[in-house]
Design a protein around this ligand. Structure first.
Ligand code: PAF
Length: 281
């Protein structure tokens, strides 16, 4: 595996693949790789010819007071996983390489509306930081296909919208959430949980399952169900930001007769912010 830190070296490396008509897969990450990330890599390895993974903890998508400084950085361990999986290139640029003019002076890419609801309402500027860095990474790597986890379903939808609106010639593939044995969605932030919080954490997913069951049983009052779910989370010591039933297509509030819905939640457990979702068709 080549480990590349500069855009110039990346371009040079990737351009040698261009004339071969082979497909280039790209998995953008912030590192601290777990089974969820490795699933994205696995997908890329199985449906493309070359795989580039990036590791970049993007300061632009963290708000003041969030965990940018303490976000786990485990490059050596991450490299071992990626080598074992047969990744071709690991791109791990510095902040200066990504934002040579400084972050504040950089051109921003913004998907309106979708970026300002749910997680976007709670985390000022988060999704503009994501779409800006992902656009830059796409321009650097120039992949044919890029892979994102369905755990961040709002991020996935925003990226798909950006790619469609800006006519980027890239297929976006969503990959199913990987869960621990007790149902907790894998996340780098799970490492922050205390032993006691870790015991309660699967109740986030269990609450989603409880809502799915009620909908399948014919629940008509979705707002009342959302309130019940909020209450349920609080009894398990969560401080929920939201737990809502939305349309898959645009994340607007769902009606009982909508065919494709998604239940999304974000909740604090102590100082750790956890998110999860389940889609129902
Ligand atoms: O999902 C993530 O890890 C990040 O938001 C991403 C897509 C790598 C952009 O920094």
């Amino acid at each position: 595996m080549e480990i590349i830190e500069s855009v110039t070296a990346l371009r040079k490396h990737v351009s040698s693949w261009r004339d071969t008509k082979r497909r280039l897969g790209f998995v953008p990450t912030m590192g601290n790789l777990h089974q969820g990330h490795l699933q994205l890599v696995e997908q890329s390895r199985s449906i493309t010819d070359y795989t580039v993974v990036s590791i970049f903890v993007n300061p632009m998508q963290f708000s003041a007071g969030e965990d940018y400084k303490t976000y786990p950085r485990t490059l050596t361990q991450d490299c071992d996983h990626l080598v074992a999986m047969g990744v071709d290139v690991l791109f791990c640029p510095s902040v200066d390489e990504m934002y040579p003019q400084g972050m504040e002076a950089t051109t921003q890419v913004e998907v309106p509306k979708l970026s300002y609801i749910l997680c976007g309402a709670q985390r000022a500027g988060h999704f503009v930081g994501v779409t800006t860095v992902v656009s830059k990474l796409f321009n650097m790597v120039q992949p044919d296909v890029a892979f994102f986890g369905e755990k961040d379903v709002q991020q996935l939808l925003i990226i798909k919208r950006m790619v469609a609106d800006l006519v980027m010639p890239i297929d976006i593939v969503g990959v199913a959430t990987v869960r621990e044995a007790d149902g907790l969605a894998m996340s780098s932030r799970n490492n922050y949980l205390s032993v006691e919080q870790r015991r309660y954490a699967p109740e986030l997913y269990n609450t989603l399952l409880f809502m799915v069951k009620r909908i399948e049983q014919g629940e008509q009052d979705l707002a009342a169900l959302e309130n019940e779910a909020l209450y349920r989370l609080k009894t398990y010591t969560f401080k929920p930001e939201y737990i809502v039933i939305r349309r898959q297509a645009d994340l607007m509030p769902a009606a009982v007769d909508d065919a494709s819905i998604v239940i999304l939640t974000a909740a604090m457990l102590g100082n750790t912010r956890l998110i999860d979702n389940i889609s129902i068709d």
